[in-house]
Design a protein around this ligand. Structure first.
Ligand code: NAD
Length: 468
C-alpha cells in the first residue's frame, strides 16, 4: 500500500513537471509562468501596462474575469493544496482544499461596489469606488495560495492590479497560483499580467517594493513585524497582523458541543489560521466537564507530568514563541517527540496551564491548546482580554447566557467575535457572510473586501436631474 505522503509527493512532482513544460509566455516575462518576472523593473513595466488596459475593461468583462478566477481556483483546489503542503511542510491537505474553495466562492466580487447617490433640488451627486492602481500584496506562508486568490478577487474586483510578494518558503506554489490566475484571466479575454510577482522572494525585495513610487497601496498579511515595517514605509498600508484568539467557556455552556467546536476550529489546518482558537479560558464550574469532553472530541488531554517535555519540543530556546519546526504539524508528530504514539486523526493536544504560561501568551500555530481555569465569568473576561493583548483580532465564546456574550464582546473588542461555533464560522465557513483572508484588525479595515481597496471619489451634476 502506497503511503499518503508518497501519493502527495507524486502528485506535486507531476504538477511541477506540467508547469515546467507549460508553453512559453508571450509577455516578456518568465518563459514558463504568466505574470512572473526576474526583476522589479520588468514586472513593474508589465503591470503598469496591464493597469492601463484594465482601466478600459467594462464592468461586465471585469465580472467575467473574476468568475474565471473563481473557476480555476475551484478546479485546482486539490492540486494547489497538495502543492502547498508539500512545499511548506505545514498544514493538512483536506483543510487547505476547504480554504481554497471558501475564498474562491465567498470572496465578494464587483457587485459589492455599489455607489452612493444623492438626488435633490441641486441635482445629483454620486460617490464611487475607484481603484488605487497597483497594490503590493504581501502574503503569508500559512495560507499562501488561498490569500493570493482572496486578494486577487478583492483587488481586481475594485479595478486594481496586484504585485504579489509571497513568503520565500511558499514561492513555488505562489508562482503556480499566479500563473493559473493570469492564464484564466487571459482566456476570459482580459489583459495579461494583471497580477505579477518575481521568480525569487526575499525581505530585501519586499523592502524595495514597499518604497517603489509605482506602488499605490500596501496590503500586508503576516506577523506583527512585517506590518510594523509597512506602517513605517511612508505609504498607506492595510495591516492584517497576528492574533492570539482566546475562547471563553462559561458555566452555562454545553461542554460536549463547546469541546467539539473548539477542537474543530483550533485544529483546522493544524492551527495556522490567524483566527483559530489559540487558548481557552474556562470557568471553574465547567472546567472538569470540558476537559472530559475534549477526550470525546478527538483531542488528547496531556498528563501534567509531561508538560515540561512538551515545552522542550514546541517552544523556541528563549520560550518566547513556537519552535518553527513544529508550526502546522499534525498532533501525532508532536506527540511522537515526547514518546506518545497517536494516529493522524488525532486533532489536538490539550494542556492545562497557568495564565502566564508561554502556551497561553504566544501564538503557537500548531495543534497544542492551552486551557486555563478561572473562578468565574468576570475573571474569565479579564484574563481573555489580557491574553488577546489589544490585537483587535478574534475571540470566541461558548455560553448560553446572552448577557455574557454581549459583555465579553464589548470588553474584548475584536474584529471577529464568534458565539457558540468554531472560529471559522467568523470567516463565513459554516457561518453567515462573505469571507476574507486578510483581516485588517491592526489598521481597522476589518474583513477586507474589494471596497477596502478603493478610493472614494465624488462626482456632482448640478441642475434639474430627478424625474420624480
Ligand atoms: P511572516 O510575518 O513571517 O511573513 C509574512 C510575509 O511578510 C511574508 O511574505 C514574508 O516574506 C514577509 N516579511 C516578513 N518579515 C518581513 C520584513 N521584515 N520585511 C519585509 N517583508 C517581511 O508571517 P507568516 O509566518 O508568513 O504568517 C503567519 C503570521 O501571519 C501569523 O502571525 C498570523 O497570525 C498572521 N496572519 C494574519 C492574517 C490576518 O488576516 N490578520 C492572516 C494570515 C496570517
Amino acid at each position: 500500500m502506497v503511503s499518503i505522503e508518497t501519493q502527495i509527493n507524486d502528485i506535486v512532482q507531476r504538477v511541477l513537471t506540467q508547469l515546467e513544460q507549460a508553453p512559453p509566455s508571450s509577455n516578456g516575462g518568465s518563459p514558463r509562468y504568466r505574470g512572473i518576472f526576474s526583476t522589479i523593473d520588468s514586472a513593474m513595466a508589465a503591470v503598469e501596462l496591464a493597469q492601463r488596459r484594465y482601466y478600459r475593461v467594462s464592468i461586465a468583462q471585469r465580472k467575467a474575469i473574476i468568475q474565471a478566477i473563481r473557476n480555476v481556483s475551484i478546479d485546482q483546489a486539490q492540486e494547489m493544496a497538495q502543492m502547498v503542503v508539500a512545499e511548506t511542510g505545514m498544514g493538512r491537505v483536506a483543510d487547505k482544499v476547504l480554504k481554497h474553495l471558501l475564498v474562491a466562492e465567498k470572496t465578494p466580487g464587483p457587485e459589492f461596489l455599489n455607489p452612493d447617490a444623492y438626488v435633490g433640488d441641486d441635482g445629483l451627486m454620486i460617490e464611487e469606488c475607484a481603484p488605487f492602481g497597483t497594490i503590493l500584496a504581501i502574503t503569508p506562508v500559512t495560507n499562501p495560495t488561498a490569500t493570493i486568490i482572496n486578494n486577487t478577487i478583492s483587488m481586481l474586483s475594485a479595478g486594481n492590479t496586484v504585485f504579489f510578494a509571497p513568503h520565500p518558503n511558499a514561492i513555488k506554489s505562489s508562482i503556480a497560483m499566479i500563473d493559473l490566475i493570469n492564464d484564466a484571466i487571459v482566456t476570459a479575454g482580459g489583459p495579461d499580467n494583471l497580477v505579477v510577482s518575481l521568480d525569487t522572494a526575499s525581505i530585501e525585495l519586499v523592502d524595495q517594493l514597499m518604497k517603489h513610487p509605482k506602488i499605490a497601496l500596501l496590503s500586508v498579511t503576516g506577523g506583527t513585524g512585517v506590518v510594523d515595517v509597512a506602517l513605517q514605509s511612508g505609504k498607506r498600508a492595510i495591516g492584517a497582523a497576528a492574533g492570539n484568539p482566546p475562547v471563553l467557556v462559561d458555566d452555562t455552556a454545553d461542554p460536549e458541543k463547546a469541546a467539539r467546536d473548539i477542537v474543530a476550529g483550533h485544529s483546522f489546518d493544524n492551527n495556522m489560521p490567524c483566527t483559530s482558537e489559540k487558548e481557552v479560558v474556562m470557568t471553574e464550574g465547567i472546567a472538569d466537564r470540558l476537559l472530559e469532553a475534549f477526550t470525546h472530541a478527538n483531542a488528547l488531554v496531556l498528563d501534567p507530568k509531561l508538560l515540561s517535555s512538551l515545552e522542550a519540543v514546541v517552544l523556541n530556546d528563549r520560550r518566547s514563541g513556537p519552535n518553527r519546526k513544529f508550526i502546522g504539524q499534525n498532533a501525532c508528530v508532536i506527540l511522537k517527540e515526547i514518546g506518545i504514539q497517536a494516529d493522524e486523526e488525532l486533532r489536538t493536544i490539550v494542556v492545562e496551564v497557568d495564565k502566564d504560561h508561554p502556551f497561553a501568551r504566544h501564538e503557537l500555530m500548531m495543534p497544542v491548546l492551552a486551557v486555563i481555569r478561572v473562578p468565574d465569568f468576570e475573571a474569565a473576561v479579564d484574563l481573555a482580554v489580557e491574553l488577546e493583548e489589544g490585537l483587535h483580532h478574534s475571540a470566541i465564546i461558548h455560553s448560553a447566557n446572552i448577557y455574557h456574550m454581549s459583555e465579553f464582546g464589548k470588553a474584548i473588542n475584536t474584529t471577529l467575535f464568534v458565539k457558540n461555533a468554531p472560529s471559522y464560522a467568523g470567516l463565513g465557513f459554516g457561518g453567515e457572510g462573505y469571507t476574507s483572508f486578510t483581516i485588517a484588525g491592526r489598521t481597522g479595515e476589518g474583513m477586507t473586501t474589494c471596497r477596502t481597496f478603493t478610493r472614494f471619489r465624488r462626482c456632482s451634476l448640478v441642475g434639474a436631474f430627478s424625474s420624480v
